[in-house]
Design a protein around this ligand. Structure first.
Ligand code: PLP
Length: 556
């Protein structure tokens, strides 16, 4: 493809229809083949990372175009074949997954319209879609009267929140508002001078050890430094923030003249799905004068069902809440939201320019940190119309049910140990040899009562080292086998004093079933036995009194 005319013909003209249909049909064919996993029935491609990297070796922009058909063919070989099958029901390792099939068509529409929702002159109806979506989500959290929303939903001077590129941008926005609210004139003077005039040198941002790293990122971007984020221990096993520990830190910091800026609660923590005690956090925020933010990027959609509302009780006390569309709402990448209880809170980030977002306009860019933005709100707005509250509540109830089913399968198995309490839809566990399980369970129970003694126990250190190594290996082998995918993380809250490597499943695929979960465990059990047989000789002498785990091979 070289001629100027051929390039121009790629843009829409009244007679482009045949060409567009051809491209769309071909892309659809490729998409369906990808979804059916026709080229490879594995979740991950077999190609090693170095081999994959080698596919992208050219350092020059192609001088001449291949033309659309050849470029598509090449993309299938280089890209599509080596993309991850996140929509497979056996892919249960992360928060990215399957989306309802109508989104493929919707993405086409979004691309065709190519709205830029930064301003009404490039979005028009899109601006109102976003305003309405934000009002719906605000109501889901803060639950004000319908008249309240009718009167405010599309007012230029008010704003319930922003649609963002995801949870990270949402958390950054919430913390930027907290900063500008709690440190007067910070926006004009900058934090050094504004803090100095308050007689302060440091601020504190408080969250549990389960907090998502985007909070640390936001703290550093906003000029406070990552050290301003104080990670408070969690209650072992439940993974909820230790309220008494937070209270002690706040008292200490206030005595030291540190400004308590933000208290962050987590609604569905990334690693364990835990939810903090929002009532207690809100009371502490009020007492200390801190902003109260809840990161519900994962767990927010649980508000659509009764059980979820109970779990997230008190979330409505937050000053700001982040919730993602591209996680539990099953919307394609990328779409998140940040909501503010007070619809004038975003005033502290308001901007204007001479050519757009003029004073008094309803341009969505008036309060967003991002500039040009895709019309991503359309996807969740449409999905609400298509599925309704009912459809979504069924989806989130299924995810909670999967959490309970999996927890039970693990607890009743001979070879696995549950490593965190399951209140929602994220489960962590580890492989333990059958003949050690009862002993390890009672060890954990006694350790939770007397942590300091056990942390010094060298046998326990060796045991943890062995099981950690086994967990890493089992997870890698299972991923390479490609029949299913679970992720892994390291938690300090399993056995006090020990960092424990655990498997992690994020359960929300509507087609994941208890059969899927049984198969995941069954494969892990087989891999676990061979991994243990390999590792045991290295640890045997350091673990006197512990039977060889290889004896499990003959057991059920
Ligand atoms: C609790 C929580 N907050 C924030 C984020 C960041 O979201 P994103 O990756 O959409 O920026 C995540 C991502 O996993 C998360 O789990």
């Amino acid at each position: 493809m070289t001629s100027k005319d051929a390039t121009r013909d790629l843009f829409f003209q009244q007679d482009s229809e045949i060409q567009i249909r051809k491209h769309v049909e071909r892309s659809l064919e490729i998409a369906l083949s990808f979804l059916k996993q026709e080229s490879n029935n594995k979740i991950h491609s077999d190609l090693s990372l170095p081999d994959l990297e080698a596919l992208f070796h050219e350092v020059e922009i192609p001088a001449l175009g291949l033309g659309v058909e050849k470029a598509l063919k090449q993309s299938v070989e280089k890209v599509v074949k080596h993309s991850v099958h996140v929509s497979d029901p056996r892919y249960i390792g992360h928060m990215t997954g399957a989306t309802p099939t109508f989104h493929m068509g919707l993405e086409l529409l979004i691309a065709a319209m190519n709205q830029n929702v930064v301003k009404i002159e490039t979005a028009l109806s899109g601006s109102f879609v976003e305003g309405q979506l934000l009002a719906w989500i605000h109501r889901l959290i803060f639950n004000k009267h319908s008249d309240y929303y009718k009167a405010r939903m599309h007012k230029p001077e008010l704003c319930f929140g922003n649609v963002t590129g995801g949870g990270t941008m949402g958390n950054l926005t919430a913390l930027a508002v907290a900063r500008n609210k709690k440190i007067p004139r910070c926006r004009d003077w900058g934090i050094f001078e504004a803090l100095e005039r308050m007689g302060k040198r440091k601020v504190g941002i408080y969250a549990s050890k389960r907090v998502h790293y985007s909070i640390r990122k936001a703290a550093s971007v906003l000029g406070f430094g990552t050290q301003s984020v104080h990670e408070i221990p969690v209650i072992p096993f439940t993974n909820q923030i230790d309220i008494a520990a937070l209270e002690r830190v706040l008292t200490q910091h206030q005595a030291q003249g540190i400004l308590p800026l933000v208290i962050v609660g987590v609604a569905g923590s990334t690693e364990t799905g835990s939810a903090d005690d929002f009532m207690a956090l809100s009371a502490l925020a009020q007492r200390s004068g801190a902003w109260f933010h809840v990161d519900a990027a994962w767990g927010g959609p649980l508000l659509l069902c009764e059980q979820g509302r109970t779990l997230l009780k008190g979330i409505e006390l937050a000053d700001s809440v982040v919730m993602d569309g591209h996680k539990l709402f099953s919307i394609p990448m990328a779409q998140g939201m940040v909501l503010f209880k007070d619809e004038s809170a975003l005033d502290v980030l308001r901007h204007s320019a001479r050519y757009i977002i003029r004073a008094g306009s309803v341009d969505l860019g008036r309060t967003s940190l991002e500039g040009s933005r895709r019309f991503d709100s359309f996807k969740l707005w449409f999905a609400f119309w298509a599925l309704g509250r009912k459809g979504y509540s069924q989806l989130v109830e299924h995810s909670l049910q999967l959490g309970q089913t999996f927890a039970k399968l693990i607890e009743t198995s001979q070879t696995f140990q549950l490593t965190s309490e399951v209140k929602s839809n994220i489960v962590t566990w580890r492989y333990v040899p059958a003949r050690w399980k009862a002993r390890l369970d009672s060890l954990r129970a006694s350790m939770l009562q007397n942590k300091s003694e056990s942390a010094r126990d060298s046998t326990l250190q060796q045991l943890t080292a062995l099981l950690n190594e086994a967990t890493v290996e089992i997870q890698k082998i299972q991923r390479q086998n490609g029949k299913s995918f679970v992720s892994r993380t390291t938690l300090e809250s399993v056995l006090p004093g020990f960092d424990t490597v655990v498997f992690r499943a994020v359960l929300f695929h509507p087609l994941t079933s208890s059969q899927t979960l049984t198969e995941v465990l069954s494969e892990q059990k087989d891999i676990g036995q061979s991994v243990m047989a390999r590792l045991w000789p290295r640890f045997e002498t350091q673990l006197p009194g512990w039977d060889s785990p290889t004896l499990d091979a003959t057991e059920n």
